[in-house]
Design a protein around this ligand. Structure first.
Ligand SMILES: [Zn+2]
Length: 90
């Protein structure tokens, strides 16, 4: 292996890690906005919950939201909620 290959590998590993953190960060920001009722696309407070289902005792909920202004639609899972701290888990 020459040094270019090594540099190449290091570069892609770092780029991958950076992308992962950017992705996590964006996802978190989006969730925060949605929690406040703000559409991530058009930035209006026009988010409505159109579907909500919980997965039993695991405490996770799947929520589908829709923007009444621009039609943006997304679904995400929220952990926690329902049945307290670890009483029904493993
Ligand atoms: Zn919108």
């Amino acid at each position: 292996m020459d040094s270019y290959t090594v540099l190449f590998l290091i570069f892609f590993t770092l780029a991958g890690i950076a992308l992962y953190f950017v992705y996590l960060h964006e996802k978190g920001d989006r969730l925060k906005e949605i929690n406040e009722g703000i559409c991530p696309k058009c930035k209006n407070k026009t988010i409505e919950i159109v579907d909500q289902r919980s997965h039993g005792c695991s405490g996770t909920k799947e929520v589908t939201i829709e923007c009444t202004n621009c039609g943006y639609k997304d679904s995400f899972t929220i952990s926690g909620g329902g049945c307290g701290s670890g009483k029904c888990g493993i």
